[in-house]
Design a protein around this ligand. Structure first.
Ligand code: G3P
Ligand code: MG
Length: 257
């Protein structure tokens, strides 16, 4: 677990590619991961769901319609059927060959190239242990446990993960409307990081996180004014659909370019 822990401690701020570089390629596909790496992102955020056979796939929604040519619930379909779907044309015709990656495929590709932030999507309550189990199994099999940040809006998932593997690294994502401070969520879940949207970012949250040695990640920073706010407030993990822009603005702000 040392790798990610030291990276986060030693790095003042870093770029996280949100669903890959999802501003320039279809989200959560190998193309979006390739672009994110080419754009210099140090961490790739991706979302995971389970198939009907309990394989872990990289996919954001519960349903297929928005980002594939399929329809219906992801959870009721087989991996074989899911991987026949076109997961790229909705974004642009040039991505017609993009398929839904399994978590295993994504981790194999990103191994030695980047840190990974796996966002475990809120499962049905009855499903959450199985989902956690399958994600952990995949991460350990890929030997990515020292390079993975586990995050979720479902804080019970994070608490159970920590109880089982105290050295794994987690971040609680603030549930919109929840007014609790980072330190309160950290006490509840054991998380090292706190993630919120740019709209939820307040000085009070920043001060509380700093006082308790919790780092802050903010999504989704796509515009310069959003970057300026996050930069000035000392956000560590800048989650964006456009990693190249953030890297450029960061370089300018730090006087390096
Ligand atoms: O991890 C931050 C962000 O990814 C949470 O929202 O909907 O983009 O997965 P969403
Ligand atoms: Mg996400």
């Amino acid at each position: 677990m040392d790798l990610l822990r030291s990276f986060v401690t030693e790095t003042e701020r870093f770029v996280v590619a949100h669903r890959g570089a999802s501003g320039t390629a279809p989200e959560n596909t190998m193309a979006s991961f390739q672009n994110a790496l080419a754009d210099g992102a140090r961490m790739i955020e991706l979302d995971v769901q389970l198939t009907s056979g309990n394989e872990v796939i990289v996919f954001h929604d519960d349903v297929l319609g928005r980002t594939t040519n399929g329809q219906g619930q992801v959870r009721t379909q087989s991996l074989n059927d899911l991987q026949k779907l076109d997961a790229g044309s909705w974004f642009s015709p040039e991505f017609v060959n993009e398929r839904i990656p399994t978590l295993e495929q994504a981790l194999d590709y990103l191994h030695d190239k980047a840190f990974v932030n796996i966002e475990i999507k809120p499962p049905k309550e009855s499903d959450f242990r199985l989902r956690l189990e399958k994600v952990l199994e995949t991460v350990f099999a890929a030997t990515m446990e020292t390079k993975t940040l586990f995050s979720s809006f479902h804080h019970r998932t994070l608490r159970e993960l920590k109880e089982r593997y105290p050295l794994l690294h987690t971040a609680a994502i603030n549930v919109p409307g929840d007014k609790r401070l980072p330190s309160e969520l950290s006490r509840e879940t054991g998380c090292e990081g706190f993630v919120c949207s740019i709209h939820e970012l307040t000085q009070k949250r920043i001060d509380d996180a700093k006082a308790h040695d919790i780092y802050i990640g903010v999504y989704t920073i796509n515009r310069k004014d959003q970057f300026d706010k996050a930069y000035k407030m000392g956000v560590k993990a800048l989650v964006t659909n456009f990693p190249a822009n953030i890297a450029q603005w960061m370089g300018e702000a730090e006087g390096l370019s």
